[in-house]
Design a protein around this ligand. Structure first.
Ligand SMILES: *Cc1c(COP(=O)(O)O)cnc(C)c1O
Length: 388
C-alpha cells in the first residue's frame, strides 16, 4: 500500500536521538530549548513553547487567551477534531464557520456574516481557530481585520503548514494572529513522533503557556508571590498540565528542521507533477491563492461527480483495493456524534458537506517516488475511465 503520508527519517535523525539517549537528560534538558529556538528563528516568531502534541498546544493556547466558560470558540468544520475540542477542554462553547469553496479554508465572508449575526445576539466568539488546510494559509489579513473589529483573538492551527508562507512571510510569524500552533505527528511535514509547538510574539502569552505545559509550576522568582524559601524552591502559581516534550523528541525535531526547506520544495515538485498528470481527469485539483506558498501537507482532489458514473465511496474504495492509501481530510467535525448531540445539523455548513462528498487526499510525502506517483495516477485514470 502506498500510504497517503509518511515520515522521512535519515541516519542523522537516528544519530541525534541516540546521542540524547546516552546523555544526562531524557527530558527537561537543553534539546527542547534548542528546538524551540530553531523553529522560532525559522518562522520569525519571538517565542516558542514545545509540547507533546499540537492538541496540547491548542489547549494551552486557548487557556492563555483566557477562553473559559460562557465563551465561544469558532473554527472550520473541515479540520481534525482537535481544532474544535480545545474549546470544549476550556469549558467554552464551540461553533463553526463554513469553508471557502476555492481554498477549503474558513471563509472570511461567512465569518463576517456570522459575526454580524452573533453581535446582535450577544454571542461573539472569544477565539477563532484558523486552520491552514493542506498547508495553504487562510486569508489571515481579512481574519485579522475582523478580529480587530469584533474583538476576538486568533489562533492559527498550522499543523499542516510549517515551512509555508503567507504574503511572503513564514507561517508562524503570527502577524495577523495571537498564537500559531504546529504539529509534529509523523504524517505532518516535520516529525518528532508525537509533538507540537505554540509560537507567539506576545511575552505574556508565552510565559503563560510555558507555565501551563508543566503543572503551572515556576522556578522564576519574578513570577512568585514571595521570595524563594531556598534554592530548592518552586511555586505552583496556576493549574497546569504535564504537556512537556521529551529531549528525544526535540533532538529529532532539531535534526528534521535542517531539512524543512527540502521537505517543502519536494512536496511542491510532487504537487506540480500531480497537477500535470491529472489535468485532463474529471477532478478539481488544489487551487492555490496567489498570497500563499503552501506547506503542502496534503494534496486533495475533488471528484467532479457529474462527469463520472461512479460514486465517491466506490472510487475511494477501489483506490484502496488497488493499493493506493488514499484518505479523506476531513469528516466535517459538526457531523461527529459528539458534536451532533450539541444540536448541529449536517445542513448547517453546506460548502463543507459538498467538499466532504467529493474530497480524496492522494499520497503526498517526501519519499514518494515518481514511479509510485505514476501508479497512483494510472489507477485513478483506470477508475475514472480515461486511458493515458
Ligand atoms: C494533526 C492535527 C492536529 C493534532 O495534532 P497532534 O500533534 O496529533 O495533536 C490538530 N489540527 C490539525 C489541523 C491537524 O492536522
Amino acid at each position: 500500500m502506498i500510504p497517503y503520508g509518511k515520515q522521512d527519517i535519515t541516519q542523522s535523525d537516528i544519530d541525534a536521538v541516540l546521542k540524547v539517549l546516552q546523555s544526562d537528560f531524557l527530558t527537561q534538558g537543553p534539546k527542547v530549548p534548542e528546538f524551540e529556538a530553531k523553529v522560532a528563528g525559522h518562522v520569525g516568531a519571538k517565542h516558542a513553547v514545545a509540547v507533546n502534541s499540537a492538541t496540547s498546544a491548542l489547549h494551552i493556547a486557548c487557556l492563555a487567551l483566557g477562553l473559559g466558560e460562557g465563551d465561544w470558540l469558532w473554527t472550520t468544520p473541515i479540520t481534525f477534531v482537535a481544532s474544535a475540542n480545545c474549546g470544549l477542554y476550556c469549558g467554552a462553547g464551540v461553533d463553526f464557520v463554513d469553508i471557502d469553496p476555492g481554498t477549503y479554508n474558513l471563509s472570511p465572508k461567512a465569518l463576517k456574516a456570522k459575526l454580524e449575526r452573533a453581535k446582535g445576539e450577544g454571542r461573539l466568539p472569544k477565539v477563532v481557530v484558523a486552520v491552514h488546510l493542506c498547508g495553504q494559509p487562510c486569508d489571515m489579513a481579512a481574519i485579522g481585520e475582523l478580529a480587530k473589529e469584533y474583538g476576538f483573538r486568533v489562533v492559527e492551527d498550522a499543523s499542516h503548514a510549517i515551512g509555508g508562507k503567507y504574503q511572503g512571510e513564514f507561517i508562524g510569524s503570527s502577524r495577523h494572529s495571537d498564537i500559531t500552533v504546529f504539529s509534529f505527528h509523523p504524517v505532518k511535514i516535520v516529525t518528532t513522533a508525537e509533538g507540537g509547538m505554540a509560537v507567539t510574539n506576545n511575552d505574556l502569552l508565552a510565559e503563560k503557556m510555558n507555565l501551563l505545559r508543566s503543572h503551572g509550576i515556576t522556578r522564576d522568582p519574578s513570577l512568585m508571590t514571595h521570595e524563594p524559601d531556598g534554592p530548592w524552591y518552586y511555586q505552583q502559581v496556576d493549574l497546569g498540565y504535564n504537556y512537556r516534550m521529551t529531549e528525544l523528541q526535540a533532538a529529532l525535531g532539531v535534526s528534521q528542521m535542517h531539512r524543512l526547506d527540502d521537505f517543502v520544495v519536494k512536496r511542491h515538485e510532487l504537487a506540480k507533477r500531480y497537477d500535470q498528470l491529472l489535468a485532463d481527469l474529471p477532478l478539481t485539483l488544489p487551487w492555490q491563492h496567489p498570497d500563499s506558498y503552501s506547506g503542502l501537507h496534503l494534496y486533495v482532489v475533488r471528484l467532479q461527480l457529474g462527469s463520472t458514473s461512479r460514486g465517491h465511496r466506490e472510487i475511494f474504495q477501489t483506490l484502496r483495493n488497488q493499493g493506493i492509501g488514499v484518505n479523506l481530510h476531513y469528516i466535517p467535525v459538526h457531523t461527529q456524534p459528539y458534536y451532533e448531540r450539541m444540536g448541529f445539523k449536517k445542513s448547517d455548513f453546506p460548502q463543507s458537506m459538498a467538499y466532504y462528498r467529493e474530497a480524496i487526499s492522494l499520497p503526498m510525502f517526501h519519499g514518494l517516488t515518481e514511479h509510485q506517483q505514476d501508479e497512483v495516477v494510472a489507477v485513478l485514470r483506470e477508475i475514472l475511465g480515461k486511458s493515458p
